[in-house]
Design a protein around this ligand. Structure first.
Ligand code: THU
Length: 144
């Protein structure tokens, strides 16, 4: 178990605005399902991302992965506090399995909030979404 990190209410609101805005930039000619995500780093920076699809369908990249790669790799921000994910749905939707694994690589303790076009909000943690995760620590634990 990891101790969950918590943004302030104002930071949650900023993240939600950024995620909704990012969805407007999504490249989704195949699914027409425009998703936005926004990551908060420990310095208060906000890193948005949207999904980007491809004519070779399997190469599409989810919004969460676009956002975390920007925050943690492009901007080299070591500590990730939280992510907000917006989906264009009536009910809130949690990140797919692939994104859970990728988020875990870079921010295993992050708080997760999922928002949608309806009133439902899911608030959880990555630890809850991906219990007993396999991550970088397991490789350094390897014998030999
Ligand atoms: N998608 C995301 O970007 N994030 C999610 O959490 C769920 C799914 C994308 C992948 C694909 O471009 C489209 O939504 C339909 O699955």
């Amino acid at each position: 178990m990891t101790t969950p990190l918590t943004p302030t209410p104002e930071q949650w609101a900023q993240l939600e605005r950024a995620a909704r805005l990012a969805a407007k930039r999504a490249y989704v000619p195949y699914s027409r399902f425009a998703v936005g995500a926004a990551i908060l780093d420990s310095q208060g920076g906000i890193h948005p991302g949207c999904n980007v699809e491809n004519a070779s369908y399997g190469l599409g990249n989810c919004a969460e992965r676009t956002a975390i790669y920007s925050a943690r790799v492009l901007h080299d921000l070591q500590e990730i506090i939280s992510v907000v994910v917006y989906t264009p749905t009536a009910r809130a939707t949690t990140p797919c399995g692939a994104c859970r694994q990728v988020l875990n690589e870079f921010g295993p303790a992050m708080a997760v909030r999922c928002v949608c076009d309806g009133d439902e909000v899911i608030e959880t943690t990555l630890d809850q979404l991906l219990p007993h995760a396999f991550g970088p620590k397991n490789l350094t634990d390897a014998a030999g």
